[in-house]
Design a protein around this ligand. Structure first.
Ligand SMILES: [Zn+2]
Ligand SMILES: [Zn+2]
Length: 199
């Protein structure tokens, strides 16, 4: 199943991608699933039912949580998570509660992930390809693959319809809800990020 793991809807102040627009067009972008990862909120849960939609698209709700040591895509029981946790506190909580965290755009200039987070294995999955990073920034991730054995996924970081599905991650097994999604990530059952129309 082909997923875009990193998508902002218009709930994020910086995005102009509407929910209906996303639902109507994700299939056309070749996607079987979309993770909605708005900045520091899972408020999208008030506007749709998570899981398989009427048109067959699978929606998973998570969020992109900002810390001074980087931004993390987190998936799990985090609807009521309080803001302003430090990276260590956040990632310990995610790991303790059976969730999963992905370091977003780890080498983006000015918005990178602190290396200590992967060195201490608080986070073991990182974005190897982020659709808003340039090739140079994405390429630096190979350092951490060889040094720390981090696993890599891909996501578009879409803030508009044009960007939706540009970078994807393919799961080998069916994902139908948040639990099966988290399980697939924890078990490492995905193939390397595919790239579409991305340069
Ligand atoms: Zn970010
Ligand atoms: Zn983002």
């Amino acid at each position: 199943m082909k997923f875009d793991l990193h998508v902002h809807t218009s709930i994020s102040p910086c995005s102009r991608l509407g929910l209906q627009e996303l639902l109507d067009n994700a299939g056309r972008s070749g996607l079987d699933g979309v993770c909605i990862t708005d900045h520091n909120t899972m408020a999208m849960r008030n506007y749709l039912r998570e899981g398989i939609q009427e048109n067959g698209l699978c929606i998973i709700l998570g969020m992109e949580y900002s810390t001074s040591k980087g931004d993390f895509l987190i998936f799990g029981p985090f609807e009521e998570l309080r803001p302003d946790l430090g990276a260590e506190e956040l990632l310990s909580h995610v790991n303790r509660t059976g969730g999963v965290a992905i370091a977003a755009h780890p080498f983006r200039s000015g918005r990178s992930t602190d290396e200590s987070v992967v060195r201490h294995r608080l986070c073991t999955i990182v974005e190897g390809v982020n659709g808003r990073n340039n090739n140079y920034e994405n390429g630096l991730v190979t350092r951490w693959q060889s040094r720390y054995g981090v696993k890599t996924v891909g996501g578009s970081d879409a803030h508009s319809l044009e960007e939706l599905g540009r970078v994807t991650t393919c799961f080998r097994e069916p994902v139908r809800d948040r639990a099966t999604f988290v399980n697939a990530l924890l078990k490492g059952r995905w193939s390397i990020a595919a790239q579409q129309n991305y340069s």
